[in-house]
Design a protein around this ligand. Structure first.
Ligand code: FPP
Length: 253
């Protein structure tokens, strides 16, 4: 299990983040600014996804997690939701060969039961076809919510270990972590949100406990290698203390 809890063990970190998690915001505003329908922004957003995967792979990032559709995005106009679903299907159909060629392992996390059978089948196939790849693990969070994740993990844990309900004092992070949707990944080192808003929006709320948070006004369709380099330069300047003092970092015991 590669998940080390940042509240229990201090992780070893480098200048390049091992795990980058991104909220890809601003597609709608990018399109509206150009008098295009909002959905045109999502279509352009797919190109930015490709750029991010490539740039992160080249820079040695091991895990890239993208928030594509939140549990709350069903509240959007039906036409936009349906376009987003078609985009996922089309992108999965078209991009899997390229992911394999790039050494990218694809994982989709979220409450996938809400998606139609065709999309679920494509997700299964894409995950299986890329399973052996090891350069970069690309996770797409779809119908994902951080609260959903914590609750589904609790439910799965209690189903597997009903005796724990009688001994709640046994419930600790080590017991819960393996049941979280992204148990295969370390906690994110760097969180990026494009589009100018400064909020977490129910993304990986458990896993972001000690993540560095970076916000940029750049709209997602304009995001590329240069913006990733800016974010990484900002990250490299952070002092990651995980609760310790600066003094302790300078003179480790
Ligand atoms: C947020 O922008 C973006 C989304 C809700 C969808 C993200 C989807 C993509 C980038 C394309 C598909 C991705 C994959 C992985 C196939 P917004 O619509 O909230 O923008 P706004 O805040 O300007 O309205």
């Amino acid at each position: 299990m590669s998940q080390i809890s940042s509240t229990r063990t201090i992780p070893v970190t480098g200048r390049i983040p091992r795990h980058v998690a991104i909220i890809m915001d601003g597609n709608g505003r990018w399109a509206t600014q150009r008098k295009l329908p909002r959905t045109a922004g999502h279509v352009r957003g797919v190109q930015a996804v490709r750029r991010a995967v490539e740039a992160c792979g080249h820079r040695g990032v091991e895990y890239l997690t993208l928030f594509a559709f939140s549990s709350e995005n069903w509240r959007r106009p039906a036409q936009e939701v349906s376009l987003l679903m078609r985009l996922f299907v089309r992108t999965l159909e078209r991009e899997v060969d390229k992911l394999v060629a790039q050494g990218v392992r694809l994982r989709i996390v979220g409450d996938l039961g809400a998606f139609d059978a065709k999309l679920r089948r494509l997700i299964d196939e894409a995950e299986q076809r890329t399973e052996q790849q090891s350069t970069l693990t690309l996770t797409i969070a779809a119908n994902y919510g951080g609260r959903w994740d914590i609750l589904q993990a609790m439910q799965a844990l209690l189903k597997a270990h009903p005796e724990m309900a009688e001994h709640p004092e046994q419930l600790d992070e080590d017991a819960l972590n393996p049941w979280l949707a992204m148990a295969y990944a370390p906690e994110p080192d760097l969180f990026i949100r494009t589009g100018g808003e400064q909020r977490i929006s129910n993304f990986l709320i458990w896993q972001l406990a000690y993540t560095e948070l970076y916000f940029t006004d750049c709209y997602w369709p304009d995001f590329g290698a240069a913006q990733i380099d800016q974010a990484f330069a900002w990250y490299a300047d952070r002092e990651r203390r995980f609760g310790r003092t600066s003094e302790q970092l300078r003179t480790p015991t």
